[in-house]
Design a protein. Structure first.
Length: 300
């Protein structure tokens, strides 16, 4: 009896550790952002009685698809991750998971998410999900070691979640859904350029051609940050013009957008890691604020 208890005590922590590693493979923090964005798109796209069941199906399917895509990305970039300090302790480069099981895991949950969207939501959202995963894995991921233009390419699949949510709720791709796509599309550039500036030495070590790596003086990076943050201010007001939201959102979006732009301008001027970190912090505050305002001030 004591031997069985001892064996169980030895096995359970090991199993728990493996499960944590597989969960880490899905990039939970990214999945959370994707699910949040999808939820906002679904809520804003809903008209009439709100379908809680369809909402739940959409979020669960999207989470599976996003987790699978994250796992496939980590599998594809395992060698690059091993060269960077910020990623060298991920499950694959650290050797805690083997390559083939990780690939199989990523494929299975990606296909499960796709099937879930087809069977429980609609074909349009599934098609958008498939396009998102394909662009992320087969375009953005390999381009990262070839050109800084990869950031622009990767921003298209990165902006898809609210459009997927909109398509799930309405089964169409009207202009309102595309506006949500545009807001997230523009938001990404200051966010990711801040990260790229902070970890430019790591990216250079791995051979990833982010803009701060190929142009280390930071001039082009700063210009891109300011241009995209400035463009985000008027684009973020489009939901008001389309009658999706009201005055509360208008005021909040203007203030939030100008604040985001302010931190972008400072980063472009001083070009320090500290200021890039402050811009990153501003970006992770901006998006939930905008999403909250969209939800709270929705015009039915």
């Amino acid at each position: 009896m004591s031997t069985s208890v001892s064996t169980a005590q030895a096995v359970l922590p090991a199993v728990s550790s493996v499960l944590r590693d597989y969960l880490e493979l899905t990039k939970p923090s990214v999945v959370w952002l994707i699910v949040m964005s999808t939820a906002v798109g679904f809520y804003l796209g809903s008209s009439g009685p709100f379908s809680l069941l369809l909402f739940a199906h959409t979020l669960l399917a999207t989470a599976l698809l996003a987790g699978g895509t994250g796992a496939l990305n980590q599998w594809a970039e395992r060698d690059l991750d091993a060269r960077m300090r910020r990623t060298e302790q991920r499950p694959l480069p650290a050797g805690r998971l083997r390559s083939h099981p990780a690939l199989g895991f990523g494929i299975v949950i990606t296909l499960a998410g796709m099937a879930y969207l087809v069977l429980a939501v609609n074909l349009l959202s599934a098609a958008l999900g498939l396009l998102t995963t394909a662009c992320y894995i087969f375009l953005y991921t390999p381009l990262k070691t070839k050109t800084p233009f990869s950031t622009f390419v990767g921003s298209f699949p990165g902006a898809m979640p609210p459009l997927i949510g909109w398509a799930a709720a309405r089964n169409d791709l009207s202009i309102e859904g595309w506006v949500l796509f545009a807001v997230l599309f523009l938001w990404q550039f200051p966010h990711f350029y801040a990260i790229a500036w902070m970890y430019r030495e790591d990216y250079a070590r791995a051979g990833i051609k982010m803009l701060p790596v190929v142009e280390p003086d930071g001039v082009s990076t700063g210009r891109q940050i300011v241009c995209y943050a400035a463009a985000l201010v008027p684009v973020s007001l489009a939901p008001v013009l389309l009658g999706m939201v009201g005055t509360v959102y208008l005021v909040g979006a203007v203030l939030s957008g100008l604040g985001y732009l302010y931190f972008g301008v400072l980063t472009a001027r001083v070009k320090t890691t500290l200021q890039a970190r402050r811009l990153l912090q501003a970006s992770v505050i901006y998006l939930p604020v905008i999403y909250s305002l969209l939800v709270l001030d929705k015009i039915s």
